[in-house]
Write a protein that binds this ligand. Structure first.
Ligand code: 5AD
Ligand code: SF4
Length: 466
């Protein structure tokens, strides 16, 4: 069992107590905070926690960095492109800092957890006065307090693999909510930086998760996504008789009209039990995001994924047999070091066989510190780009076909917002999470409706409310 420290509500309140004093020091003027999130849903969930803490400290949220007293970038390190964008954004704020030296610019998240980036920020980005890593999230109020009370620059990337319960959360508008069930990752896929920046797997206790779900349903949230880097290994560190499927069953019993989704699943841990549980639980959406990464066994082995393409296909076959309406999605990395043309063809073949409804495709990005960074990588970027485009074209054809198959069907939808299309003024999601634009009388955001699909495109279904 791994070490797990739960940060107590007292520790948190002690920080906020201090913080409200600091907020009161602001000469009565309202303080505003702006946050920007890069990367995955986990980061979005972390930003909601930070916004919750900021609100608790007396900050108002603003959508404009120009009007903010506090600016925060929550960063992603999964691919180089995300890091470049974050550095670009911070760079662009140097003029703002010159005009308004009092503005506090802060950086957190996966990029901030890496020593090399900390050095770069220290040296070349003097406008950043606060930097904290993923492990220091719950200490944010006391770190900010240090900056507010005169410390020039505060950097904190220390901390253990804690779980902080009881942190405030400021969630976004609409019926969707993230619900973290575990943190960290133990898998060490050879291309991936996540285990280095988010630490080891640790699961929240089931009663804490259930209590948060009950709270969410009371607040009216209807589309709730359980989050973790690898939700299928939920519970392994708890020393309790509970796995992810058991947790799903327990949450499915919570009263109310809502949908439960989850991500991300790792194929090596996703089991028939999981599929059976999905089939049996009425509130669990019939949707599975199961990243395959590659269709070649040689590449999967070098990625340290610990399953074969055959095992993966078998699980998908079982899922389609048990849940014919299941919506399937996946992540694929093109151009992993040593990927040959033949390896790529296998990936292409697998995607054409499975026919995912949604595919997230990424060009391999070298992450220093990961094993794959030192693998031989003879393919040129032009070759990799050509493979990438072939995959996109093939997938577009599949999606067009799959979307068209919904024509004329009547589906249950959750209305989740307003659209920019005057003919179909609302957006909604199918149970499988496909995007739908809807029209009709008496449509209310946050409600479930029945609607008939009138036409389809690559990215959207168009429906008339029944
Ligand atoms: N390069 C490209 N894609 C990556 N991913 C993770 N690490 C890398 C990398 N170094 C992709 C994987 C993962 C998704 C979230 O990001 O496909 O499933
Ligand atoms: Fe990265 Fe693999 Fe962990 Fe996913 S399972 S976060 S890809 S190491």
């Amino acid at each position: 069992m791994s070490q797990q420290t739960t940060v107590s509500a007292e520790q948190l309140r002690a920080q906020f107590g201090d913080m409200s004093l600091v907020a009161a020091m602001n000469h009565g003027r309202e303080k505003r905070a702006y946050t920007h999130t890069f990367g995955c849903q986990q980061n979005e969930a972390d930003t909601e926690t930070i916004r919750g803490m900021l609100a608790e400290m007396g900050y108002q949220m603003t959508d404009s960095p120009e009007h903010a007293d506090f600016i925060l970038f929550n960063t992603c390190a999964v691919r180089e492109h995300a890091e470049d964008r974050a550095f670009g954004n911070i760079g662009a704020l140097s003029h703002l800092k010159k005009q308004r030296p009092d503005v506090i610019i802060a950086l957190c998240g996966c990029m901030a957890q890496q020593e090399k980036n900390v050095e770069k920020i220290k040296k070349s980005y003097p406008q950043v006065s606060l930097l904290f890593g993923t492990h220091a999230l719950w200490r944010f109020p006391s770190l900010l307090r240090r900056v507010l009370t005169g410390e020039k620059r505060v950097f904190d990337i220390g901390g253990a693999d804690d779980i902080a319960e009881g942190l405030p959360l400021l969630r976004g508008e609409g019926p969707k909510a993230w619900l973290s069930i575990m943190y960290g990752c133990n898998n060490f896929c050879t291309y991936c930086i996540v285990p280095y920046v988010r630490g080891r797997e640790r699961s929240r206790r089931p009663e804490e998760i259930e209590a948060e779900l009950r709270e969410l349903t009371r607040e009216g949230y209807k589309d709730i996504t359980l989050l973790g880097q690898n939700v299928n290994s939920y519970g392994k560190d708890l020393g309790l008789e509970i796995d992810f499927s058991d947790l799903l069953r327990r949450l499915n019993d919570v009263p109310g009209d809502f949908l439960l989704r989850f991500m991300t699943s790792h194929p090596k841990d996703a089991s028939r039990k999981l599929i059976d549980t999905m089939a049996a639980c009425s509130k669990v959406a019939k949707q599975l995001h199961l990243p395959v990464q590659s269709g070649s066994d040689a590449v999967l082995s070098r990625m340290n994924r610990r399953y074969t393409a055959g095992e993966y296909r078998e699980l998908i076959r079982y899922a389609r047999e048990e849940i014919p309406e299941i919506v399937l999605s996946s992540d694929i990395i093109v151009g992993f070091p040593g990927e040959t043309e033949a390896d790529f063809e296998e990936t292409l073949r697998l995607t054409q066989e499975i026919e995912y409804d949604l595919l997230f495709t990424f060009l391999y990005s070298k992450r220093s510190g990961t094993p794959a960074a030192s693998y031989e990588d003879p393919a040129t970027s032009a070759e990799k780009q050509a493979r990438f485009e072939r995959l996109l074209r093939a997938q577009d054809e599949i999606v067009a076909r799959r979307q068209a198959a919904y024509q004329g069907k009547t589906l249950r939808l959750l209305v989740d917002g307003e659209s920019k299309n005057p003919d179909y003024p609302f957006t909604a999601r199918t149970e499988g999470n496909l995007l739908v634009c809807v029209r009709g009388e008496d449509i209310v955001v946050g409600s479930f409706i029945e609607a008939e699909i009138e036409k389809t495109s690559l990215r959207c279904l168009y429906a008339q409310k029944r």
